[in-house]
Design a protein around this ligand. Structure first.
Ligand SMILES: CCCCCCCCCCCC(=O)SCCNC(=O)CCNC(=O)[C@H](O)C(C)(C)COP(=O)(O)OP(=O)(O)OC[C@H]1O[C@@H](n2cnc3c(N)ncnc32)[C@H](O)[C@@H]1OP(=O)(O)O
Length: 208
């Protein structure tokens, strides 16, 4: 196998719900801290005091922690959780996070608001962030409701115009399949229409 294991973990779904409700507000607060760190205009002494406070909080959390990343875990109730995921991780303040919605007819969509932490060109979403979010949405589209594992083989992006920071919508659907190759198309759009088009080949790996 070329990636880390998907770990079977018999934590009941009710406990996963409880833990997610516990950690989500912490991740939200840290995400807010990231935004505040970018945009604050307070004086130098306040910055230094805040740095010391944040370092103390980090030390408190590091008192007990995992040896490595959070990974992907699942239980026999068909519940899967990937709390560290860069796009949807419930405990990851770097993730916007994206909330994926599966529509009847196979379309997968997500509405998201991207703030100052996702900036590339002034006022616009970083092109790599657009690719990151689309890659994840497309991978989830290809995996058809977690019924199979797919990995990104090739991803092509066409940036039609700059994507303003603010409210955005992603949509993806399977275009066609050929053996283990799943061809997915997706868009990123603002209120004015599509800003980025993507197409990709997602592959059910030989080992899956
Ligand atoms: C809560 C739970 C959430 C779980 C869900 C979470 C979803 C997360 C979604 C995020 C998606 C990611 O970012 S995934 C991470 C980024 N991607 C990766 O790290 C993938 C790294 N690459 C690989 O592991 C491998 O190269 C694979 C799996 C892509 C292919 O390996 P393989 O399985 O051995 O493939 P192989 O037999 O050689 O080829 C099979 C067919 O695919 C074609 N093919 C092979 N590679 C490619 C390629 N890169 N691009 C196009 N086509 C390719 C071959 O020509 C062949 O076509 P033919 O001869 O049959 O016609």
């Amino acid at each position: 196998m070329s990636i880390g294991e998907f770990v079977h973990d018999e934590t009941p779904s009710s406990e996963i719900d409880r833990l997610e409700a516990l950690y989500r507000p912490l991740a939200d607060a840290v995400r807010d801290l990231v935004d505040a760190t970018i945009r604050t205009t307070v004086d130098d002494a306040t910055i230094r005091r805040t740095q010391a406070d944040v370092e103390a909080l980090v030390a408190r959390l590091r008192a007990r922690q995992l040896d490595g990343p959070a990974g992907v875990r699942f239980n026999s109730e068909a519940r899967a959780w990937n709390w560290g995921n860069a796009v949807v991780g419930q405990r990851n303040a770097l993730a916007p996070p994206l909330h994926l919605v599966r529509d009847p007819g196979g379309l997968l969509h997500a509405d998201v608001v991207l703030g100052a932490a996702y900036e590339g060109p002034p006022g616009l979403v970083h092109g790599g962030v657009a690719a990151l979010l689309l890659d994840h949405l497309m991978g989830e589209t290809a995996s058809a409701g977690h019924s199979r594992v797919t990995l990104t083989g090739t991803l092509t992006m066409r940036y039609r115009r700059g994507t303003p920071l603010g409210p955005l919508r992603l949509e993806g659907r399977i275009d066609r399949e050929d053996g283990r190759k799943v061809y997915v198309v997706a868009t990123l759009a603002d209120a004015e229409g599509v800003t980025v088009e993507a197409d990709g080949v997602f592959i059910v790996p030989r080992w899956a």
